[in-house]
Ligand binder design. Structure first.
Ligand code: ADP
Ligand code: MG
Length: 717
């Protein structure tokens, strides 16, 4: 009962709030604020620190500042193109600053009506004739009675829409806080809050709307950020625990070599038993020694495979760190235990490359590797499908064609998803569903995903990191060149080709359209073949070519029959030709940071010194920043962090997955450390109450349920 009346309290309509009334309620409705609870959660967009207002004579250009003074004279000027400039001079007795607005004639009318002082906020610049100026400031009339004597305070500034005065929102928030903050129920149990030094929710909301000091505000914000991250982490950790309760396959890897595990007869050339241990077999299969990091990760995967619950593991390793070899060792284990394995890649070119590489490794062992991609001819496709369905193909490599309807496996026990960041969460799950029982799932991705994003998106997976590159790699040298330096770049390429190396040219990305891309690649190909390198063999690769053509060109390039390969971004991920040692990216300013890092990862894969040359004109600040970051570092983690800062999480992950990353208060970029704390918090809570079934955890459970259903909606849309 008590609970209900509290509920009713917060659900009370705003018009009944003291100091609001029906007229203000109508205004607040424009912001979607209907109940007291809505108002409590309508958090300020920023704060004006009025305890620290500069005298105008002390004002300096460069920073965003709050200023206060009287308006002296408002002018309205019409300039070319019908535009209107409004200027007002603000004066506080010590000095002046000019406020400027464009095309907002009503501002002039409102300013002229104000008798008292005005507050404005914006970036201070030095204008013409050296007077200080703030363009398009936020502003409001100072309401003497609202201030009721306390000048020295931090004032909340709310996001507004047309016809909603700042004052109205402030008043409603102040009243909501005064009368209802104590009624807010805290979903986090007191003990947990104390252990993690989190202020109660009601107090946090009070400080958000009416901060006593910057320190109080910081604590309040921390509490809200923590809570948001906590729910996300609870969802992920619970999902992880659910998987661990399922029954999976326990691959008897330790027994390999001591048992005859023929599947459908004749696993091995001689049809007999390989007496060596799995590890010996894996090492014999690979043409190189594994690095320490690869060896460790393979060990982690094999240990998972032997366990009774399904594996769900993410392997993260920078471009060129050798993820394919790790996957091959894992698949070998599955095959040797009589199961099929499947590997899904995001592009056909990459799937074909994996297919060829895996065939080279596995066919000598008598293990057959099939290929399943969308563009196979009807006959080949039927054959491929038959082979997976009968079990004749022990390993199948493919694109998302693998998860389409009609694809069946005889005994799929192991699934690898390469370059997971190109797929959605749902695609990961669907390949899993093709298996017998619950196959083990290995997800591989290159860093350009910052740690904070990994933790938020893949927090339900166990994580392995390949933090070491194969030996003998020389750091790629990256140079940013201007278009007028092109001739010199071409000379460098010619010299490297003369030494026996090969080169990639990536053509400018003009639009998202495949057709335009193709056109650009064809143009560049024409120019290079006829003008620049008439004596070299120059190939062409783009997205609109038929599969067989693409395959043929890639083959030629791999065999060294082409010196130069002109390509669109279809070669962005995964492509591996160690003899290629130079990559020229035309109009590099048009690509994103992580895309450039991936492209660059196509070179530096062998023992040769490799180069990446970015041809770009200095354009926007952003583009310049990206190119400089690339020149400075090849560290995927650092690039990822920079990318996140420049673009924000939504763009980094693509819109489909960003819904999961929408937070009211939290900011994935600046609040990363809190995310880790919240993860630990979630683990601690679930250790005591795995299903959140204790009464003290009831409100947390509600939040978790809500998130899960929101997420399901995002995933299907
Ligand atoms: P990525 O992690 O980007 O998928 P790949 O699996 O394509 O990397 O491997 C990159 C290159 O390094 C390939 O040519 C591969 O054969 C080679 N490679 C992988 N592991 C090793 C190793 N331990 N020693 C030497 N070369 C290796
Ligand atoms: Mg790869």
């Amino acid at each position: 009962m008590a609970e209900q009346s509290i509920g009713r309290g917060l659900e009370m309509e705003v018009q009944f709030l003291k100091g609001v009334g029906p007229k203000s309620a109508m205004i607040l409705a424009k912001l979607g604020l209907k109940t007291v609870e809505d108002v409590l959660w309508y958090l300020p967009r920023r704060y004006d620190d009025r305890s620290n207002l500069p005298q105008l004579v002390m004002l300096r250009p460069g920073e965003a500042q709050s200023v206060r003074g009287r308006v002296r004279g408002v002018t309205t000027r019409r300039i070319s193109g019908g535009r209107v400039i409004i200027q007002a001079v603000l004066d506080d007795g010590s000095g002046q600053v000019t406020l400027t607005w464009f095309n907002q004639p009503w501002v002039a009318r409102e300013l002229q009506r104000i008798e008292g002082e005005v507050m404005a906020y914006g970036t201070v610049k030095e204008g013409r004739s050296r007077q200080l100026e703030i363009a398009s400031p936020e502003w409001e009339a100072v309401d003497e009675e609202d201030e009721s004597g306390d000048f020295a305070r931090i004032v909340p500034v709310y996001g507004l829409s047309e016809g909603v005065p700042q004052k109205t929102v402030r008043r409603a928030a102040a009243s909501a806080i005064q009368y209802f903050a104590d009624q807010v129920e805290d979903p986090l149990p007191e003990e947990f809050r104390r252990a993690n030094r989190l202020v109660p929710l009601g107090a946090a909301l009070r400080q958000m709307h009416a901060p006593e000091s910057a320190a109080h505000l910081e604590k309040a914000r921390h509490r809200l950020v923590y809570e948001e991250f906590l729910y996300l982490q609870l969802v992920l950790q619970m999902r992880r625990m659910e998987v661990q309760q399922e029954i999976g396959i326990s691959f008897p890897l330790g027994e390999i070599g001591r048992r005859d595990m023929r599947m459908g007869g004749g696993l091995f050339e001689d049809g007999g038993v390989d007496a060596r241990s799995l590890e010996e077999q894996a090492l014999a299969m690979l043409p190189f020694e594994l690095t320490g990091a690869q060896r460790r990760v393979v060990g982690e995967i094999w240990a998972d495979m032997e366990r009774g619950f399904p594996m769900n593991r993410l392997v993260q390793g920078d471009v060129g760190s050798g993820k394919t070899a790790v996957a091959a060792c894992a698949m070998l284990g599955a095959v040797r235990c009589g199961y099929q394995a499947a590997m899904m890649a995001p592009t056909e070119i990459l799937a074909e490359q994996h297919w060829m590489n895996l065939r080279r490794l596995f066919e000598p062992l008598g293990v057959s590797v099939g290929l399943l991609v969308g563009k196979l001819g009807a006959k080949d496709k039927r054959k491929a499908l038959e082979k997976t369905a009968s079990g004749a193909a022990q390993i199948t490599v493919g694109t998302h064609a693998l998860i389409s309807e009609g694809v069946e496996f005889a005994k799929l026990g192991f699934v690898v998803i390469d370059e997971q960041h190109r797929f959605g969460v749902m695609q990961r799950l669907s390949l899993r569903q093709k298996g017998v029982d619950n196959p083990d799932v290995l997800v591989m991705t290159a860093t350009p995903i910052p740690r904070t994003l990994t933790m938020s998106l893949y927090g339900d997976l166990d994580l392995s990191v390949i933090d070491e590159l194969p030996p003998g790699r020389k750091a790629i040298k990256t140079h940013w060149k201007k278009p007028w330096d092109r001739e010199k770049v071409y000379e460098t390429v010619r010299r490297l080709v003369a030494e026996g190396r090969q080169a990639y040219f990536v053509c400018p990305m003009i639009t998202e359209s495949d057709k335009m891309q193709t056109q650009a690649a064809e143009d560049l190909h024409y120019r290079l073949t006829h003008e620049t390198f008439p004596d070299l063999k120059v190939g062409l690769l783009h997205g609109q070519m038929k599969s067989a053509e693409k395959e043929a060109v890639m083959d030629q390039f791999r065999r060294g029959e082409l010196d130069v390969l002109v390509s669109t971004v279809v070669i962005e991920v995964g492509v591996d030709v160690p003899n290629a040692s130079v990559m020229v990216i035309e109009d590099a300013n048009r690509f994103g940071l992580s895309q450039l890092h991936q492209l660059r990862g196509r070179v530096g894969r062998g023992e040769h010194q490799s180069y990446c040359i970015l041809i770009a004109d200095a354009t926007t600040g952003d583009a310049e920043e990206r190119l400089k970051v690339l020149e400075e570092t090849t560290d995927g983690f650092r690039i990822a962090e920079a990318d996140l800062k420049i673009r924000g999480p939504g763009d980094v992950m693509g819109t489909r997955q960003s819904g999961m990353l929408e937070f009211k208060v939290a900011d994935l970029i600046s609040d990363g450390p809190v995310l880790e704390q919240a993860r630990q918090g979630a683990i601690a809570i679930l250790a005591e109450d795995a299903n959140l079934s204790l009464p003290a955890n009831r409100l947390m459970l509600e939040q978790v349920r809500k998130r899960r259903s929101d997420e399901a909606m995002i995933s299907v849309s």
